[in-house]
Structures are given as C-alpha cells and as structure tokens.
Design a protein around this ligand. Structure first.
Ligand code: ZN
Length: 185
C-alpha cells in the first residue's frame, strides 16, 4: 500500500523542509517582535517624575492632562518624558511667588486635610497643599470641585498641579551615578 515513488518522496521532503523553515522564521520573527514590544512597554511605564529632593516616584507620563486655566499668567507646550504637547502653566500666588505647574490626573502625594476655596487658580475648584509622602517637600496642590466629599481617592474630577521645578525627570536621575535608589515601587 505504501506506494512511495521517488518523485512523491522528494515532493514530501521539499514540503517538510519548507514547513520547518517557515516555522523557524515565524519563531524568530515572533521573538524579535516580543523583544521590541517589551522594550517599548517598559520605556512607557518607567517614564516618571520624581521628587527632586528625595527621588520618590510622584507621577507617570501617562497621567499628564491638559487642564487649562484662564487665570494662568503664561501657558506653553513642551515635550516632557517623551510626551509631546504637555501643557505647562505659570501662576502667581497672593504673596507674589510664581510657579510653573504641570497638571496630572494622579500623583503619589500626601494631601493636606484642609481644603481652601479662596485664591484658587482653577475657578470652581478648591485646593489642598500636596507634599512628598517620603520627605514632606512641597510638590504642588491637589484640586477638587468645590463641595467635594472626602474619601473618594479615585474620583476623576480630582487633579494635581505639580511644581515643575520641584520635580526631576527619571532619565536625568538615572544619569546621576551617585543618585541613591531610595524610591522603590
Ligand atoms: Zn521627596
């Protein structure tokens, strides 16, 4: 029954070789895609702003939002942590001090217990002082709709205005050889 003429056997052999070659190429291709894919993922997820004073991870590049205010003295767009068109706004407080803020949806900061409505840079929002949970440095403010109830940490209406000068890019921090890795998450 096994009528294997030499012609058929050669064809089967060629077919087998082709299938094995394709399979090998496919595996190699998949591995290359997997390696490059994991690289880009880690780049995205490791893009952090750190507390300039202690290196604590404060905000991710994926948390940046464009929360514009008519009360800002100046607005500009910049590329920050690889993100294009990040909105930076300059504000002045009643004491005359100026701060350039970047707005984020989330931030790993401690929020003061007391919320204030007067002198808010974002109308209809009250503000709280936000400090570094590690070294207590002043990093900016959290903003919440006036009359907001406490205890809803993930409320999408809360945002943060972080002081650019009090933060440091993770890439820059990594380039400082003596920078201790105090932050760990
Ligand atoms: Zn800190």
């Amino acid at each position: 029954m096994a009528a294997c003429t030499s012609g058929v056997c050669v064809e089967v052999l060629r077919l087998t070789t082709a299938v094995v070659s394709c399979g090998f190429l496919l595996i190699v291709t998949l591995q290359v895609v997997q390696i490059s894919g994991s690289d880009s993922d880690s780049d995205e997820w490791e893009a952090f702003f750190l507390c300039r004073q202690c290196g604590h991870e404060v905000a991710k590049a994926t948390d940046f939002i464009r929360q514009t205010s008519t009360l800002s003295l100046h607005q500009r767009n910049d590329t920050i942590l690889g993100v294009d068109n990040v909105l930076l706004q300059r504000f002045k407080n009643p004491q005359g001090r100026e701060f350039e803020l970047i707005t984020t949806r989330h931030a790993d900061v401690n929020k003061a217990e007391q919320a204030f409505t007067e002198h808010s840079w974002f109308p209809a929002y009250s503000w709280r002082i936000a400090t570094c949970p590690h070294c207590k440095a002043h990093l900016g403010w959290s903003f919440e709709p006036q009359g907001h109830k406490d205890g809803i940490e993930d409320d999408e209406e809360i945002f943060y205005g972080l002081i650019l000068a009090h933060l440091i890019h993770q890439e820059y921090a990594d380039s400082l050889l003596m920078m201790p890795k105090m932050y760990g998450r």
